[in-house]
Design a protein around this ligand. Sequence first.
Ligand code: DQA
Length: 147
Amino acid sequence: PLILVLNGPNLNLLGTREPEIYGTATLDDLETLCAETAEGLGLAIECRQTNLEGELITWVQEARERAAGVVINPAGYSHTSVALMDAISALEIPVIEVHLSNIHKRESFRHHSYVSHAATGVICGLGFAGYRLALIALSDILEEEDD
Ligand code: DQA
């Protein structure tokens, strides 16, 4: 089964962007970790990043036909995008929302995520490990669906 790992705006700057919050490892490092985790779980993955809201929505729509599950860090669009939430609501496959930082510990405008209304599950505050855990959770969900 194919899992899409989608990263939203500014996550291309990982490693240099507010390292005290997001750490010093890069998006490339993150995607390598995801690929290694997926391989261990017997999942195929495709990692993508975009700064464009519409592009993220198009990728979520495409997941309807292509993927068995989605891991998504919608970054700033989590807190603003009804359109992205609607695209996720239209999916019938499991979607895990991930945030590197604990958004509940930060500014109040980060406490609400539209995407969480539509996600199967949400992980935040665990850094890169959150993506690994999201892939493990998807693997479990897909196995349960199989039996
Ligand atoms: C983030 C948290 C968001 O509030 C922020 O806009 C981001 C990254 C995270 O991974 O912690 O860009 O999604």
